[in-house]
Design a protein around this ligand. Structure first.
Ligand SMILES: Nc1ncnc2c1ncn2[C@@H]1O[C@H](COP(=O)(O)OP(=O)(O)OP(=O)(O)O)[C@@H](O)[C@H]1O
Ligand SMILES: [Mg+2]
Length: 236
């Protein structure tokens, strides 16, 4: 579905990604883990045309999506939730969702989609007329997810969605991500919490210094010496 081939990318003449190959299949959750500054966010930003690409290809459903504008990417079904909080605190929960649906012209369709989001995440319905800043951190992340899902994406790019959440809320968020997968959406997730992400994902890539250092699925990758060194050996 998503196929990144020999990608070189960075910022202002500075090469961060040095030839990345990565695939995300249909209905697959793929995790991207690695130390701070490895280039994880840059991979996601490259897909969403927010970094400077200096070489390679990005295909989505066999279509070259390199250089597409945000609204074109959304039309293709590619949706990005960036690192940190992305909601508008001084708008209500409902207004935030409506903003996510701004590219949909049919108002009835927007209403329908918001109802569907409320069904999935009942806390949003309960708080629909409250300003978003009054939500707890976890609830704000849920709102961010809801706003992303309203476009009915085919693939969701998540950059550290669990950032700043308590362990309990992280657990809830990961359960939600599993639910989203059941709806047939592919997910590429960047996570600091590597162990949790590896357990959640169908497949994991370890990124080190702009290169893929390791690729594999759950059990294999959790037991791998490299992963143990980085995440379980106290370097974190
Ligand atoms: N807009 C930018 N301009 C210049 N350099 C940047 C920019 N964004 C990121 N970088 C640099 O690119 C490198 C990789 O950054 P990136 O954000 O992709 O890392 P990361 O793996 O997501 O790290 P973290 O775990 O801290 O989020 C870092 O050295 C960073 O300073
Ligand atoms: Mg990052």
């Amino acid at each position: 579905m998503l196929h990144i081939k020999n990608l070189h990318a960075g910022y202002n003449g500075l090469e961060i990604l040095k030839g990345i190959n990565l695939k995300v299949g249909k209905k697959e959750i793929v995790a991207l883990v690695g130390p701070n500054g490895a280039g994880k966010s840059t991979v996601i930003k490259s897909i969403f045309n927010l970094a400077k690409i200096t070489g390679g290809y990005i295909f989505f459903n066999n279509k070259n999506i390199l250089g597409l504008k945000t609204h074109e990417l959304l039309k293709e079904g590619v949706c990005y939730l960036n690192q940190g909080r992305t909601i508008f605190g001084n708008l209500t929960v409902r207004e935030n969702l409506e903003l996510g649906a701004r590219l949909i012209k049919n108002k009835e369709e927007v209403k329908k989609r918001i109802s569907a989001i409320y069904k999935k995440f009942q806390i949003l319905k309960k708080r629909e007329n409250d300003f978003a800043y009054t939500l707890s951190g976890g609830q704000q992340q849920v709102l961010g997810l809801g706003r992303a899902l309203i476009t009915k994406p085919k693939i969701l790019l998540l950059d550290e969605p669990s950032l700043g959440l308590s362990p309990k809320l992280q657990k809830e968020l990961f359960l939600m991500i599993k639910k989203i997968k059941k709806d047939g959406i592919s997910i590429l997730i960047v996570e600091q919490n590597a162990k949790k992400a590896i357990e959640l994902a169908d497949r994991t890539y370890l990124l080190e210094d702009g290169k893929i250092a390791l690729e594999g699925s759950g059990g294999f990758i959790l037991k791998h010496k490299k992963i143990k060194e980085v995440y379980l050996g106290g370097r974190y």
